[in-house]
Design a binder for this molecule. Structure first.
Ligand code: ATP
Length: 300
């Protein structure tokens, strides 16, 4: 095989509960991931060395050196297999960069699946999940897709049943937000307010809304403990969220660490209308309609 292409989805967190700061600097999380139909494509072509190139609308914001997560994933896979394999990776980028939608993790997951195929390794899914876990806490979910809850630091994943398709609108914001800065701001705001931070618990009503496919209930239970921090760093996002609610969004939250704003729509038509209204009124510079859940990294 001389070339393999894999399609990998973005994610939104429908619940992101962040526990108290631990002594090791991490937080215990309850993180309900939901894969949505905004896809990066990762192509792996036969080569002697591991290289990466990035195409598409966010390409100029993505590193093409060893800092690229797809390169790190390919290297980790070659190491696991105990050989010095090569691959020219080409990422076709549709997922906003540093947008809280796990775009880098998606590319890492895509590179794992593509190189496993290109190099004829035939490693089982469980092995890829293990390598993914070492690459970053969102990478296993990018492999898995669907809807799943992550606990611990987010790395212990369990699939969640969903009863139908949910329709979304995503409004990326210029500039991105580095995830570590948002966690740091969250810790700072909590220290300032001195309120006790509860242990993160899965919201059973949200799980029920997912399993019954009840978009109205899901909209009312969407939650993100990083949202206050993202809004403190980017106050203009509050206006975008309000605009979405005014246009009938069932729920409006910052996606993960932001700054992408996520809006739950009633159905596909409402999602298209909502996306058009957000851009026409200037509340968002761009907006993409999408649906979820969708599968994780899949051979195209
Ligand atoms: P998350 O939601 O997992 O916290 P994010 O969506 O906010 O992540 P990413 O798009 O994954 O953020 O990018 C975070 C940073 O990682 C970028 O600023 C970029 O420098 C770096 N990066 C490395 N590899 C990639 C990649 N393949 N695609 C995008 N960013 C990458």
């Amino acid at each position: 095989m001389s070339s393999v292409t894999v399609r990998v989805p973005a994610k939104v967190n429908v619940q992101l509960s962040v526990g108290p700061l631990r002594e090791d600097g991490y937080h215990d999380l309850v993180n309900v991931f939901h894969a949505v139909s905004i896809f990066d494509r990762v192509e792996a072509k036969e080569s002697d060395a591991i290289t990466v190139a990035v195409e598409g609308k966010w390409a100029d914001q993505v590193p093409v050196d060893d800092g690229n997560l797809a390169i790190r994933a390919a290297r980790a896979l070659a190491k696991h297999a105990g050989r010095s394999y090569g691959a020219d990776l080409v990422i076709h980028k549709e997922i906003p960069v540093a947008g809280g939608m796990a775009g880098g993790s998606a590319d890492a997951a895509g590179a794992l699946v593509a190189c496993n195929e290109l190099w004829g390794l035939g490693l089982p899914f469980e092995d890829l999940m293990e390598i993914a876990g070492d690459l970053g806490s969102d990478v296993p979910f990018s492999l898995l897709g669907g809807t799943a809850v992550g606990t611990g630091r987010g790395e212990e994943l369990s699939e969640l049943p969903t009863g139908g398709t949910f329709h979304w609108v995503f409004a990326p914001a210029e500039g991105g937000l580095p995830t570590p800065s948002v966690y740091a701001e969250c810790d700072r705001l909590r220290k300032e307010s001195d309120a006790e931070v509860p242990w993160p618990e899965l919201n059973e009503r949200l799980i029920e809304a997912l399993s019954t496919g009840d978009a109205y209930a899901l909209g009312s239970y969407l939650s993100n403990d990083l949202q206050d921090a993202a809004l403190a760093l980017r106050p203009e996002l509050a206006t975008t969220l309000d605009a979405g609610r005014q246009h009938g969004a069932l729920g409006a939250i910052v996606s993960g660490s932001g700054p992408t704003c996520a809006f739950l729509a009633i159905d596909a038509t409402h999602a298209r209308d909502l996306a058009a209204s957000l851009t026409a009124t200037g509340a968002a510079t761009s907006a993409m309609a999408a649906h979820g859940p969708v599968p994780g990294a899949t051979l195209a």
